[in-house]
Design a protein around this ligand. Structure first.
Ligand code: CA
Ligand code: CA
Length: 505
């Protein structure tokens, strides 16, 4: 299945991020062109040249067909003493032009240095830094070759295109046309896709589907990418699914989710290790939640949500006839960018919410904690869009920074305006008090500020109610005699309550 990941991936990502730094066409030094009053008196056979190339390491795997030009011969009429140059670049440029006007693509030598855990790539040697390695890379983009004769010149635009994109696209198109298009059933199409991917070797060196198609192998990420791309080309929706929490899967494992035109969901697993033909699996999903059995709580434990695009989620109360009893750690934070939930509703069967379960979803503004839930993990509700939370008294165990805190650079950061709705004396009440979060008790007539007790401050606030100083008197706390209005009779009752309370003391 899936073996390693983290290290190789981090290195590769860094490589991708920084390769080409300072080299791209958009980063060329700006040079103001001399204004030429009149067109040159000579002509060039083309001022718009398109060339194709592949990266040096792809040359053994891809042959560029002759109809895709790899070089171009410029010819000039109307001038004899002609010279050619590549603008903005020196000898280490992306294209070369010979003294006779032959334009060729020239891989650039790049110098890589390891610094601060990243690999930095430059087009020139960096004095004082220890070279990690030299690489040779074709730079794609549009460049300018200047054809000069005397004081006149003509600029030729040279576009260097990545032929490997054409190569990959052709492979995909051929497969879709020959294998998928004749089929009518989406499930059959998905099965053919999985089988096709399993026709490539597992190769941990390559983690994109493009590389898989070019070099003949790839890892589970590549396989997942290919499944998604082919499913989309066959007219279905598809997205990546985190697979590392599945039983027996390695860290970083991924597979694909595909939604058919008629609304069925399939999980596509074609990223197992081994050589082709590898095994694969296509499973129809009856639920978009991934779950297993929670022995301690005797019910289903949801560890992941595999959907895409939903904004309102109803977590089922039952899966396979058993109650859903717990929400796993990072449950809704697993598939990094798949969806933007606004509201998640939990059923009354849920007893435990794992750490970070609702962490990191900025779109998420509403989650209920069901009555009967007992435990909230640390940072369960951090870094999302919630500004308040209602915690029932059944919750007795609250992890550090479970709510009211974000986590910034691994440090807890209190959300100043966060409000906790809870019963006085409950665990949440204590938690809010200890952490300095605003806590609001359920409405009790007379407890105007809803701090869980009735005292002289409530009387002061009530005075504001009846003198018309408050725009929003709260009937739930202000109507002491339960006649659906706030008036002097309620005031009298509140005063009596305070007097009685004093007597008790
Ligand atoms: Ca009060
Ligand atoms: Ca009243």
């Amino acid at each position: 299945m899936k073996l390693r990941r983290k290290l190789i991936c981090a290195a590769s990502a860094a490589l991708m991020l920084f390769s080409g730094a300072g080299l791209l066409p958009g980063e060329m030094p700006s040079v103001s062109r001399p204004i030429v009053a009149e067109a040159a008196s000579f002509t060039v056979n083309s001022t718009d040249v398109r060339l194709y190339a592949v990266q040096p390491d792809q040359k053994d795997y891809i042959t560029i067909p002759s109809k895709y030009k790899k070089k171009f011969q410029l010819s000039v009429s109307g001038a004899s003493d002609v010279s050619y140059s590549v603008l903005y670049y020196g000898d280490n440029g992306p294209v070369k032009v010979s003294s006779s006007g032959l334009i060729t693509v020239s891989p650039q030598t790049q110098y890589q240095y390891r610094k601060d855990g990243y690999i930095w790539t430059y087009s020139t040697p960096q004095p004082g830094l220890e070279l990690y390695r030299k690489i040779s890379k074709v730079i794609f983009g549009t460049f300018t070759v200047r054809v000069s004769s005397g004081s006149e010149y003509v600029d030729v635009s040279v576009q260097v295109n990545d032929y490997s994109s054409v190569f990959v696209d052709n492979k995909l198109k051929t497969f879709v046309k020959e294998t998928l298009s004749p089929l009518n059933d989406d499930k059959q199409k998905i099965t053919e896709i999985a089988k096709y991917i399993a026709g490539y070797d597992y190769d941990y060196h390559y983690y994109t589907y493009r590389d898989m198609l070019i070099f003949g192998g790839g890892d589970c990420w590549a396989s997942t990418g290919l499944a998604c791309e082919l499913a989309r080309r066959a007219g279905m929706e598809a997205w990546e699914r985190a697979g590392n929490m599945d039983l027996g899967a390695g860290s970083g494992h991924k597979n694909a989710m595909v939604k058919t035109a008629d609304g069925r969901y399939f999980e596509v697993e074609a990223g197992y290790s081994g050589t082709a033909p590898r095994s694969y699996r296509v499973t129809e999903r009856t639920s978009l939640f991934s779950y297993h059995y929670n022995t301690a709580l005797e019910g289903k434990h949801i560890y992941q949500y595999d959907g895409f695009g939903d904004t309102v989620l109803d977590v089922p109360a039952e899966l396979d006839g058993e109650p859903v009893v717990s929400i796993g750690s990072n449950c809704f934070n697993r598939n990094s960018s798949n969806y933007s939930p606004v509201s998640i509703h939990l059923p009354d069967t849920v007893k435990e919410i794992g750490s970070g379960a609702f962490f990191g979803r900025e779109s998420l503004t509403e989650v209920n904690i069901p009555e009967g839930c007992t435990k909230l993990g640390e940072y369960a509700f951090g870094n999302n869009g919630m500004t308040s939370i209602t915690v029932p008294s059944s919750v007795t165990e609250i992890g550090a920074y479970a709510f009211g805190f974000d986590k910034i650079s691994d440090q807890p950061q209190k959300i100043e305006s966060f409000t906790v709705y809870c019963e006085p004396g409950s665990a949440a009440w204590e938690y809010a008090g200890e952490n300095g979060l605003a806590r609001i008790a359920p409405p009790t007539p007379g407890d105007i500020d809803r701090n869980g007790s009735i005292d002289s401050i409530d009387l002061e606030l009530f005075t504001v109610y009846i003198t018309g100083g408050s725009d929003t008197p709260d009937i739930a706390v202000g109507d002491l005699n339960d006649d659906r209005s706030i008036d002097l009779r309620d005031y009298a009752l509140l005063k009596r309550k305070l007097r009685d309370a004093k007597k008790e003391i």
